[in-house]
Design a protein around this ligand. Structure first.
Ligand code: 5AD
Ligand code: SF4
Length: 458
């Protein structure tokens, strides 16, 4: 380890891939001599890891930069310098514009370049103006990052296996900010998973913008699918739970569906965005599937794993969406009954085809539709949570709760579960009985704390 050069603070916006990236950036910076700190006021380097998916997310960065400007000034008056970096998808999409709009920024670094952060930092003092690194390099950033640190991790960890997307949904910036699809080799992933497990992780969520399109090098010239990768990872003895997200309906292979019925370590939860219920809108979105194809897919998944909890993403108010077309979205929701969901008003993102389409809808129409949709989705989530009351399930205890003596964990279906118990149970798989359910979490009594073998969801 290098001598301490300063302290870093990373603030993360957006999706789980950014959470993963921030963790890796933090580890790389620690290796380069920048220890982590809990507040921006005490940091010599502040990184905003940003999200560009919707306008609201992107704008948050600028209000945060306003706050950081004050902090930088206050530190300056005490003779301390602060380097401010914007990383992630806003960095990739807006590049130099960020320096023009927020001159307080010293460094703009895209999601494919964060392994170069240490080097870039050493240049910030000597170069005039801000530094920008938003190339899509040929080399694999994962190879250049230090191996996962052995310091103990939370019991549940993310692991990015695939990045980028070739689907080009007409509303989405991801193909532009994260680039073309790339899958990490199987060996690299297995090594990372093993290191995580050695440091106390028992649940791993494989991440990718389009994770079920995973097609990584298997080592002998052959390509491995996500289902094959999951089978390999399931063989790691101490690894008890596997999840993956996010999936595209077009890439749910038969093998992956079958695996949901066969592999006990693969949790009964699937995030499967459908975005809209009308075939005309789905085609305008370039989703490459119809409403019926989605519904039929859900049927096959449920046939393989009847208790699977389904989650989804939905967009309301896509350009030209009529009331009738919106009603088709509600129909799909009524038909499928989701355990969890994320729904959004369409946000016109610069550079995407949908932003240039005619018939952009007024905000009020989008807001009314979103409210109506979310009322239905909320009821479905509550109903799913209620259906768990009285059941005995296995929970991976993750952290202390807000109340003294309370622990919080996750059910196989990804619900937060609260139970009273000793802190020593954190990191363990516990059997609990669900005694009550709220809209966002379950309350439980601990039944059995000595489950140590391979864990199956009930
Ligand atoms: N407007 C609204 N929602 C969007 N999403 C992606 N792009 C947009 C946009 N321009 C939503 C989709 C996607 C999720 C991650 O964000 O539902 O699945
Ligand atoms: Fe964006 Fe997902 Fe469509 Fe890819 S599949 S373009 S990440 S919404």
């Amino acid at each position: 380890m290098t001598r301490a050069k300063g302290k870093h603070f990373i603030k993360t916006f957006g999706c789980q891939m950014n959470v993963y990236d921030s963790e890796r950036m933090g580890e790389a910076l620690t290796e380069a001599g920048y220890v982590s700190t809990d507040t921006p006021e005490s940091a010599d380097l502040v990184i905003l890891n940003t999200c560009h998916i919707r306008e609201k997310a992107a704008e948050k960065v600028y209000s945060e930069l306003g706050r950081l400007k004050q902090i930088k000034k206050a530190r300056q008056s005490q003779g301390q310098s602060t380097t401010i970096a914007v990383a992630g998808c806003v960095a990739q999409a807006e590049g130099r514009e960020i320096l023009l709009r927020a001159p307080v920024v010293d460094l703009v670094v895209g999601p494919q370049s964060y392994h170069r952060l240490g080097d870039l930092m050493s240049r910030t003092g000597s170069e005039q103006g801000g530094i920008i690194d938003i190339d899509f390099p040929e080399d694999d950033k994962f190879k250049h990052l230090p191996a996962r640190s052995k310091v103990s991790h939370a019991p549940s960890a993310f692991l990015t296996v695939q990045e980028g997307c070739d689907k080009f949904c007409t509303f989405c910036v991801v193909p532009y900010t994260r680039g073309v699809e790339y899958s990490r080799p199987v060996r690299e992933i297995v090594e990372e998973a093993e290191r995580l497990v050695q440091s106390g992780v028992s649940e791993i969520t494989l991440l990718g913008q389009n994770v079920n399109a995973y097609h990584g090098d298997g080592g002998c010239g052959e390509t491995r699918s996500l289902a094959q990768l999951l089978r390999v990872l399931a063989k790691i003895p101490e690894l008890q739970r596997l999840r993956y997200t996010t999936s595209h309906p077009r890439d749910m292979s038969e093998d992956l569906i079958t695996l949901h019925g066969e592999e006990e370590k693969l949790m009964p939860y699937l995030h499967l965005p459908f975005q809209a219920g009308s075939d005309r809108i789905l085609a305008a979105m370039n989703r490459k599937h119809t409403r019926d194809e989605y519904l039929e897919l859900v049927q096959r998944i449920r046939a393989a794993r009847p208790d699977i909890a389904l989650s989804t993403d939905i967009i309301v108010g896509f350009p030209g969406e009529t009331d009738e077309e919106f009603a088709r979205t509600l129909e799909v929701v009524q038909h499928v009954e989701f355990a969890q969901s994320y729904s959004f008003k369409f946000s016109a993102r610069p550079g995407t085809p949908a932003a240039a389409m005619d018939d952009q809808l007024p905000e009020e129409v989008k807001s009314t539709r979103l409210q109506e949709l979310q009322a239905v989705l909320k009821k479905q989530q509550e109903a799913f949570n209620l259906s768990c009351v009285g059941k005995s399930i296995r929970v991976l205890m993750e952290r202390p709760g807000r109340r003294e003596g309370q622990l919080v964990g996750r059910s196989p279906y990804l619900q937060a579960v609260h139970a009273d118990g000793d802190k020593s149970l954190i990191g363990r798989m516990i059997e609990v009985e669900i005694i009550s359910a709220g809209p966002n979490s379950l309350e439980a009594d601990i039944v059995n704390t000595s489950i140590s073998d391979v864990i199956a969801a009930e």
